[in-house]
Write a protein that binds this ligand. Structure first.
Ligand code: AMP
Ligand code: MG
Length: 417
């Protein structure tokens, strides 16, 4: 594991003296400190969809590689012909895609040419077959044709050695088309970031077993594992740890084989908050009190040098903090750079008054272009997570929203879901 890229030991240390860190300050801090740790490998370009480029890519060849016909029709030398209508003898043979015309076309004659065929020597202009008539071995071309028409010049799309993509881009299906067309056979990409996921809490029922009287099902782990998969990462399921320091430490030791660790529960400063305790004892701990609702402190730190994001146990808070804080940090660790979620401004379909001093993320969805919010803001309302299709983000200041007022809506799609 020694070849693993490392973060600075104090990468999660926030300025001292600040009681409630504003969301933007927390994000700026992560942006400044997170750097790619995912390993690099070379892949055939055709297998690299969904992967993050580890290095910029330049074109290996011109696209198109030669000037070619854009339509099915007839080619001739436009320079050799006077303007106005033409009547050119049709020579035998043809130029087709994949079957070029070997000879040179005589000035003042015409050649059958098909879409994609390289223009033979002596052809610089193509007329569309629907625009001409064939009469006794001649092509009759009406006035109005233009020199160079219906051709695609060599390199008009991409020139050899031109930059195609920057490092940090996640390759999509159309990008694979461009890589292929521009002659790029292999690319350097990041391996999917391995993220270990751990739930903590003595109240959690064992996987697969029916919950006992004092137990609840583990709602966070399936959610976080699915989020990571949606983000192109490689989740590692660490299961559950009991509320003991030793139990938590043992699980984190397992997790340290991954590139990052996501935990839920036990992240505050109380007696049963064993994630923060374990980090304080054997790792580095920064308790982030972020001025955000839903929130609770986040326990950030390093365990054997591996960054750990200790999210709140409450599923609503865990989900929100995963999207707002863990996602951008993990993407940066994965090599994808800093990618803020793009919101849109829409009219509210609700009324609300909010206090100053913290940002709020309301479970929301768009209906008829207006943002509705879930009936309850209760952080225990897991059903509201499933109801929602995005967040309404209310700014840090105090404010009141009336129906019709503009609000910022962040669809879950903007978080890669
Ligand atoms: P904690 O952050 O450990 O204080 O937990 C806060 C609340 O979230 C408590 O009500 C826990 O029972 C609940 N909780 C913690 N972990 C989970 C989980 N994996 N699934 C569902 N609820 C959880
Ligand atoms: Mg707990």
């Amino acid at each position: 594991m020694s070849d693993k890229a490392k973060l600075r030991d104090d990468c999660f240390a926030l300025p001292s003296g600040v009681v409630w860190t504003p969301v933007d300050a927390a994000l700026s801090h992560l942006r400044a400190e997170m750097r790619p740790v995912a390993r690099i490998e070379t892949l055939p370009a055709g297998l690299a969809a969904g992967r993050i480029l580890a290095a910029p890519v330049i074109a290996g060849r011109d696209n198109p590689p030669w000037t070619n016909a854009a339509v099915d029709g007839y080619g001739f030398d436009g320079v050799a012909c006077p303007a106005g209508s033409l009547s050119l003898p049709l020579v035998s043979g043809r130029a087709a895609a994949g079957a070029p015309f070997a000879g040179t076309l005589r000035p003042g004659s015409a050649l059958r040419i098909l879409t994609g065929a390289a223009l033979p020597l002596g052809v610089d202009t193509v007329v569309l077959e629907e625009d001409v008539t064939l009469k006794s071995g001649r092509v009759e071309i009406p006035a109005g044709w233009k020199r160079g028409a219906n051709t695609r010049p060599k390199g008009e799309d991409v020139k050899a050695d031109a930059p195609l993509f920057d490092a940090g881009r996640t390759l999509r299906a159309p990008d694979l088309a461009l890589l292929a067309a521009a002659g790029v056979a292999a690319v350097q990409v990041r391996r999917p970031l391995r993220v270990a996921v751990l739930s903590t809490g003595d109240e959690l029922a064992t996987d697969g077993a029916p919950p006992q009287a004092h137990q609840i099902p583990d709602a966070n782990r399936p959610m976080l594992l699915a989020l990571l998969r949606a983000w192109g990462m490689a989740p590692v399921d660490l299961g559950q740890a009991p509320d003991t320091e030793a139990g938590v430490a043992e699980s984190l030791d397992q997790g340290a084989r991954a590139d990052a660790i996501l935990t839920t529960g036990g992240a505050s400063a109380g007696d049963e908050d064993h994630i923060s305790r374990a980090l304080r004892q054997a790792g580095t701990l920064a308790l982030w009190r972020i001025a955000v609702k839903p929130g609770r402190p986040l326990a950030l730190g390093l365990w054997q040098g591996v960054p750990i994001f200790g999210l709140p146990g409450n599923p609503v808070a865990a989900f929100t903090c995963a999207l707002i804080f863990a996602r951008p940090a993990l993407l940066a660790l994965a090599g994808g750079g800093w990618r803020p979620a793009e919101g849109i401004t829409v009219p509210a379909a609700f009324a609300k008054t909010k206090k100053a001093g913290r940002r709020e993320f309301l479970r929301a969805r768009l209906r008829e272009g207006r943002a509705e919010v879930f009936a309850s803001e209760g952080s225990g309302r897991v059903s509201g997570l499933a109801w929602a299709e995005g967040f309404v983000e209310l700014p840090d200041d105090a404010g009141s929203v009336q129906p019709g007022d503009p609000v910022r809506y962040l669809p879950f799609r903007a978080f890669g879901l």
